[in-house]
Ligand binder design. Structure first.
Ligand code: AMP
Length: 438
């Protein structure tokens, strides 16, 4: 932003509108009351990723615009109208990443990870940015967790990628879901299919939605993703891409299905599933959470093979497959669980003259590994207790003049509503064993 513009904004804010400052539309604050569910997702995702032998990679949120234009594809909605792109100091076009695969591929090439190991299994977690129309489950800043398996072209790698995603939903308790799979074959398959689809839809152009009329020339495959009822009715009779697969791709897709069956993973073949991004080839999949209150945003996870991407970006060709899941949508689909308290002990002080002793005690308990809260505003014991209860602390340690003189503290169990004196010397081991037995 130019300095003049910044000053104009500052003046407007000074004009008394400070209190109306809001987060950017479609971008959410994640509040402490929601964080336990986020952390449950993240811990579970890391745990399942480790079981499938994936290692974490962290890439910048901002990348050269060219990276996404070349990988995701010029004809896609993301590149056409959804990217947050800006020119950095009048020099270079940069973009807030709209997804994680392109960045992972860029990092893979830049650091020559393929030269260190022929196979790399990488996962990431982080915010993504797309200027879509905000709705429940659809935001402009949203978080994805993703996995990329680079260097293995086997159908077993595809099947294991689906198994990873399936295990994740299972571990999160998302029982009701459908796994849809399809194959879009090679570049040649897609070119032939694109033509067949065009020939099928072109005479019906007038019946298509306005968006799809635009897509017909640019990227007719995207019409298969359309949620517009008019488009859906038309594409019901469209040719199937599976009829355009070459022998190798057909065999590969068959093997993916057999491996999934062997693993006991139920799936459905959805021949209209093509997914929005240009870099995909061969088998694709999507998981829809069916029970959740997600409306039309039921796709919680999607992925597929992208054997051509690294070469497109100027690297050495390497086969690859992966998936990404939208964390907000997963959270909407996950059952609520009882949240564990965030603290173990509250230290309460009865008199102002004992604050110094309480301060030292608080710190000693923390050094022993406990999560301890103390309130120094000089509230009454009753108010301090109310706060401890609200925080969900299982124990309160109360320090008063009588306790100090006798070398004890009052230990109150806020769950059992019991209290007793405990010698100050033995307090730490006593509390530790009580906390362990909770
Ligand atoms: P994609 O990168 O488009 O294949 O999307 C992968 C997953 O990210 C989807 O299945 C969604 O769960 C999630 N996702 C995509 N776009 C959004 C968005 N605008 N808001 C929230 N989640 C999204």
């Amino acid at each position: 932003m130019k300095l003049v513009a910044c000053e104009a904004v500052a003046q407007r804010l000074e004009g008394g509108r400070m209190s109306t400052l809001q987060a950017v539309k479609g971008m959410n604050d994640i509040l402490p009351s929601e964080i336990a569910k986020w952390q449950r997702f993240e811990t579970t995702f890391r745990d399942i990723a480790a079981r499938y032998a994936f290692s974490e990679i962290r890439t910048p949120i901002v990348e050269p615009t060219e990276l996404f234009a070349r990988s995701i594809g010029q004809g896609t909605d993301i590149v056409q109208k959804e990217m947050y792109t800006f020119v950095d100091k009048g020099e270079k076009s940069l973009t807030l990443r709209p997804e994680g695969t392109a960045s992972t591929a860029r990092a893979f090439m830049q650091h020559r990870l393929g030269a260190q190991s022929p196979v790399n299994k990488l996962f990431y977690l982080g915010p993504m940015y797309r200027r879509e129309r905000p709705a429940k489950g659809r935001y402009r800043q949203f978080f994805q967790a993703g996995a990329e398996w680079i260097g293995d072209d086997s159908a077993y790698a595809d099947a294991e990628t689906v198994a990873f995603a399936h295990s994740l939903l299972d571990a999160l308790g998302i029982k009701e879901h459908r796994i849809l799979i399809n194959s879009i074959g090679s570049n040649e398959t897609r070119a032939n299919y694109r033509k067949a689809l065009y020939d099928f839809l072109e005479p019906k152009t007038a019946q298509l939605s306005v968006d799809s009329q635009r897509r017909l020339e640019l990227n007719p495959l995207r019409i298969l993703d359309s949620k517009d009822p008019k488009d859906k009715a038309l594409i019901g009779d469209a040719p199937s891409i599976l009829d355009f697969l070459g022998a190798d791709d057909r065999e590969h897709f068959q093997q993916v299905q057999e491996a999934l069956t062997q693993l006991g993973i139920a799936f459905e073949i959805e021949t209209r599933l093509v997914r929005g991004l240009d870099y995909y080839n061969r088998s694709l999949f999507e998981i829809h959470a069916t029970a959740a209150d997600l409306g039309s945003q039921s796709a919680v996870l999607g992925g597929g093979r992208y054997d051509g991407l690294l070469e497109t970006l100027g690297g050495k060709a390497a086969p690859a497959t992966g998936f990404a899941t939208g964390i907000e949508r997963m959270l909407l689909a996950m059952p609520n669980a009882e949240t564990a308290p965030q603290i173990d002990v509250a230290v309460l002080v009865a008199e102002a003259s004992l604050r110094g002793d309480a301060l030292l005690l608080t710190e000693r308990l923390r050094r022993a590994g406990m999560r301890v809260d103390a309130d120094w505003r000089g509230l009454s014991l009753k108010s301090q207790l109310r706060r401890s209860d609200k925080l969900g602390a299982p124990f309160a340690v109360i320090l008063g003049q009588r306790e100090k003189e006798n070398g004890v503290v009052q230990l109150k169990s806020l769950k059992k509503h019991e209290q007793k004196d405990v010698g100050i010397e033995g307090l730490i081991p006593y509390l530790q064993s009580e906390l362990e037995s909770l």
